[in-house]
Design a binder for this molecule. Structure first.
Ligand SMILES: Nc1ncnc2c1ncn2[C@@H]1O[C@H](COP(=O)(O)OP(=O)(O)OP(=O)(O)O)[C@@H](O)[C@H]1O
Ligand SMILES: [Mg+2]
Length: 116
């Protein structure tokens, strides 16, 4: 269901949810929330799902711990809200980047998809 969502609150809810899990994995999360965000029309559950998937990807990419940064900002020229997830893992290999938006693409034995 689409509704007007405060993205910063959604990010804070996510942070609460994953806090313990990140601590156990020695991942230090830092969150920077922009003060000037307009609310956006979005489906709250889908947004949470995407957030969780991105955090899971970061966890997989940092098996020995590291840094996870989440930041929001408003791009006034495009009237877009940007949510950035960044981690200190090895990064996404160039030959993987071009497949990122393909459903069921994975490089993991345990991923939900065909292993490339
Ligand atoms: N933060 C990241 N750091 C490094 N590689 C990443 C990161 N996020 C994604 N990837 C790469 O992109 C691929 C696709 O990611 P995606 O989340 O679509 O599937 P998956 O993580 O492999 O499987 P699933 O999400 O079902 O567990 C991953 O297999 C991995 O190789
Ligand atoms: Mg994944």
């Amino acid at each position: 269901m689409f509704e007007l969502i405060d993205v910063n609150s959604a990010v804070q809810e996510l942070a609460l949810l994953v806090d313990q899990c990140l601590n156990r994995r020695n991942i230090n999360a830092s969150i920077t929330l922009a003060g000037d965000l307009p609310r956006v029309s979005a489906d709250r559950d889908s947004l949470h799902q995407v957030f969780l998937n991105l955090v899971n990807n970061s966890c997989d990419a940092m098996p020995n711990g590291g840094e996870l940064e989440i930041a929001t900002r408003y791009l006034s020229q495009n009237q877009q809200v940007e949510i950035m997830f960044s981690d200190s893992g090895a990064g996404i290999a160039l030959d993987v980047v071009e497949h990122l938006f393909e459903p069921m693409f994975t490089t993991k034995q345990s991923g939900s998809g065909w292993v490339s």
